[in-house]
Every structure is written in structure tokens, then in C-alpha cells.
Design a protein around this ligand. Sequence first.
Ligand code: 13P
Length: 262
Amino acid sequence: MRKLAKLYIGTNTKMYKTVADTVAFLTELGRLTADIDRQAFELFVIPSFTALESARKCVPPALVKIGAQNMHWEDEGQFTGEISPPMLKELGVEIVEIGHSERRHVFGESDADENKKVLAALKHGFTPLLCVGETLAQKELGISDESLSIQLKIGLSGVAREDARKLWVAYEPVWAIGVNGIPASAGYAAEKQWVIKRVLGDIFGDAGREIPVFYGGSVNPGNAAELIAQPYIDGLFIGRSAWNACAFNELIRKVVPVFAGK
Ligand code: 13P
């Protein structure tokens, strides 16, 4: 039932915002949320590759951390269309999102691919945000826990115990994400977050249980506070409901006092 000291809230803007859209969004978001104490709250935004450089410049890292939506594991090579770790480092990116449901299920990435990306992200000093989640078919077969365990154990294979504290994990059930998603109930989400914490504990010992684990999948103003009140949900990873800075700020302000137990 233990909560971590810090609340994490972030958004992945997927393939929706241009450079100009991203800068406008981030500038407003930074301004609206500037008064919220960042000692106990981490805000992050993961825009498209093309917007990363402008994104990093338009808001200070102390207010908003910036992440990339994907990354290749090699430093360079004959990989047309891919982006390398040094290219992201050059832009001041702090976080690399790895294995989002759309990467796995639209672009066919495997757990072994995600593992290479996690190891490369650590090697280059990024915070890897590994996304895991069961499909609807796996849920209906009653193998959600097994699926999560496999994604974590392969995805984090070879990560040194002392690097566990550098990881973030997001639980995003595939059936709960996006316009056709059905939000997970707070109880179901908490149960699976506990499964994830348990597996992280199996992999890394006590350090594994300190890894922040976020819930994502149709988080909205109506369910955000109830989700964050659950044990084992250390943060929220949001799509559609976060893409307007004013609405996102309102959602954040609903969640912050609940997390703080006020
Ligand atoms: P939605 O909140 O739009 O369902 O998207 C969640 C997500 O994919 C965050 O990475």
C-alpha cells in the first residue's frame, strides 16, 4: 500500500502536434503549473521527434522533463528512418519511451527489441520509460499477469541491479488505450500495478519495488483522482485528456492533493 515520495504525471502526444503546436502547449503548460512544488511532483511531456529541440528550449527542465517516443539501440548505422541515442542526447532529451503499445502492435516491435532499447537508453544516461500491457485476448484468456511478467523480464533483461533506480515503467493495457479504449477500473489497474511491482521486486529485489509505475489508458478528468488514490499507482501517463494545456492543468490539480493525501 506504500506510495513513493513523488507523483509523476506525463503525456505522450503521439503523432498529433507539430513543432508550433508543441511549443504553444508546453509554454502554456509550464506557465500554468509553475507554482506546483516540483519536489513532490514530476511533470513530463513526450512530443514528436521533430519538436524535441524546440520543446527542450521552450520550458525549463525543472518544470517539465522532455522525452522521445522511441529510439534505435545502435549509436549509428545503416538504419534509414531511425533515430540514435547520441542524436537525442544532443537535443537535451531526458526520457526515452520504449515499447508503447502502438510501437508493439502497429509497428511489430518485440520484447527483445524493447530490451535492446532499454539497455541503450541506460548506457546513454536517459531515463527509460518501459511500457507494458496485456492485449484484450490475453486478458480474456486469463493470462494478463503472465504477459506482464514476460514483457518485464525480457524487456529488463541484463539491467544491473544498481540501475533499477533509473527506470520508469508504465502499465498501459492495450484494450484501454486510445479512442476505442475502455478505461480500466481503478481496482483492476491497482491489481495489475501490484503484479508489476511484484515482478520488479523479483527481478531487482527491494530496488525493484521503488521503481515508479504509472497507469495509462483512457485516463480522463473523471477517473484520474480515483486511479491515483489506488495503492501502487505512482503516476499517470495520459494521451487525449492531456493535449490541451488548460484541461491538463485542471486534471493535474485534481490529482496532486489526492496523491498527497489531502
Ligand atoms: P489515451 O489516454 O488517449 O488512452 O492514451 C494513453 C497512452 O497511450 C499514453 O501513452
